[in-house]
Write a protein that binds this ligand. Structure first.
Ligand SMILES: C[S@@+](CC[C@H](N)C(=O)[O-])C[C@H]1O[C@@H](n2cnc3c(N)ncnc32)[C@H](O)[C@@H]1O
Length: 379
């Protein structure tokens, strides 16, 4: 993607596909209002570690003791949090969303502040770490998860959620709010002189799932606490625009190099289209009659050959005994439950002598683009 500047009517500019070195509290105010689609924040945790942590074998745990994680107290942390939340809110588009990740040290404070500042929480996601660090002293439960909050700037606004894409990523099953993933280890972990280069580098897989399910290609994703640039790397690979802000120059340089090395510039844009987009051309059942794929009087079977049988009417409705309805409403009456008729009704394929799903006929129409009409699949 080309680096660039988007200029707003108030002359404020948006530096896309770039890392800005600086404090996000002073950098974000230079961005235009309502210009960002999604913000991902992985802010300081405020761990307040008062002493070194040691393993039983007397090796020191590389904990987060950096200057950027130091706050005087909770109220100091809350003031800081309110400042960045306010700026994120201002720069987000009306339908924009914010993702925040944290641990028990900070995420509940962030959640409260988000709600107090009129964000509407859509989900909280539990990232369950498959390889958590043990509680070496055995005095507490192993801390094996982090929490992500996904919130929209305005309640009931039209925010993207790529439901089918997320489902497809999950082998056809609806994506749930408990995500099992390892922490960033092995080759993925960036090292300098044998030591990890950043204490809280997030896994690429986590950002992949977030961005593919809640943003669209071409969207602008802002990460004001950029660290090693995981958000920018994944956004770039998924053909989203990104902006990173990071106050430590060493991390800025690290992230720049990482994104440059990880970019896939020649990828075919069609590979990044959303499953939702592919489904946008919608086919009413009657189109199967109009195109001669089914005919009036033909029998349809509900789920299997021993299930209820319905006759296709010339107007696209189905008749079954004294019942009459669409493939969906009749199915609902038969099931006594919500029903997507495309999933349940079968027809006898005369060539193969087998029952086939009517959905296959619809898919053949979709792929041949025979149907110019656009109405909901579930109508
Ligand atoms: C929790 S880490 C983010 C790690 C990142 N998600 C990754 O995958 O590498 C927080 C980062 O925010 C940076 N930071 C802290 N306060 C900041 C501020 N006010 N403005 C910009 N960056 C800040 C820190 O230097 C640190 O790199």
């Amino acid at each position: 993607m080309d680096k660039g500047l988007i200029k707003a009517s108030d002359n404020r500019t948006l530096p896309i596909d770039q890392i800005i070195h600086g404090n996000c509290l002073t950098v974000m105010p230079t961005f235009p209002d309502a210009s960002i689609d999604t913000v991902f924040v992985d802010p300081p945790y405020n761990l307040r570690l008062s002493r070194d942590l040691w393993r039983p074998n007397r090796t020191r745990v590389e904990a987060v003791t950096d200057e950027w994680d130091q706050f005087n107290d909770y109220s100091d942390y809350d003031v800081f949090t309110r400042q960045w939340v306010a700026e994120c809110r201002r720069v987000l588009k009306p339908g924009g969303t914010l993702w925040a990740i944290g641990t028990y040290h900070n995420i509940h404070r962030i959640g409260t502040i988000l709600q107090d500042m009129d964000f509407w929480i859509l989900n909280d996601i539990v990232w369950i770490k498959t390889n958590p660090m043990p509680n070496f002293h055995g005095v507490r439960f192993t801390n094996a998860h982090e929490i992500l909050i996904w919130a929209q700037k305005q309640r009931n606004s039209k925010t993207p959620f790529n439901y089918l894409t997320a489902k497809s990523l999950n082998d056809g099953l609806q994506m749930r709010s408990d995500w099992l993933m390892p922490t960033c280890v092995g080759k993925e972990r960036i090292k300098k002189s044998g030591k990890r280069a950043h204490p809280t580098q997030k896994p690429v897989g986590l950002l992949y799932r977030i961005l593919i399910s809640s943003t669209r290609p071409g969207d602008i994703v802002l990460d004001p606490f950029f660290g090693t640039g995981t958000t920018g790397l994944v956004a770039d690979q998924l053909k989203r625009h990104w902006i990173g802000i990071e106050k430590d120059i060493a991390y800025v340089e690290l992230a720049q190099e990482r994104i440059r090395a990880g970019s896939h510039p020649d990828a075919n844009p069609a590979l990044y289209s959303l499953a939702e987009k592919r489904q946008q051309q919608r086919i009413p059942f009657g189109t199967l009659l109009e195109n001669g794929l089914l005919h009036p009087g033909q029998e349809l079977f509900f789920d299997n050959k021993d299930g209820p049988v319905a006759t296709v009417h010339s107007d696209g409705s189905l008749l079954c005994g004294s019942l009459r309805g669409t493939i969906h409403t009749l199915g609902r009456q038969l099931l006594q439950a919500p029903c997507n008729g495309w999933v349940h009704w079968l027809y006898m394929d005369t060539k193969s002598g087998q029952l086939q799903s009517i959905d296959e006929l619809r898919q053949s129409l979709l792929s041949n683009s025979l149907n110019p009409r656009a109405i909901s699949i579930d109508d």
